[in-house]
Design a protein around this ligand. Structure first.
Ligand SMILES: [Zn+2]
Length: 66
């Protein structure tokens, strides 16, 4: 399960442990065994859970496969 969320400023990335700033996007992913991870955009990209696509000439971060 993957869910794209918007931070309210009190979310910490479970990988790099940085606070995800208010209104930044982050990913909630449920891994095998029912472990839920919250990942910032950078860590999502690093783990290949997110990628950029170009939409109307702008780069848009997406958490979902095409
Ligand atoms: Zn992170």
């Amino acid at each position: 399960m993957r869910r794209g969320c918007i931070s309210l400023g009190n979310i910490q990335c479970d990988d790099c442990h940085q606070i995800i700033p208010h209104s930044e996007r982050y990913l909630v992913i449920e891994e095998e065994g029912g472990v839920t991870l919250r990942l910032c955009a950078d860590c999502s990209l690093k783990r290949d859970y997110a990628h950029y696509k170009v939409e109307k000439g702008e780069q848009v971060l997406t958490f979902f496969p095409e």
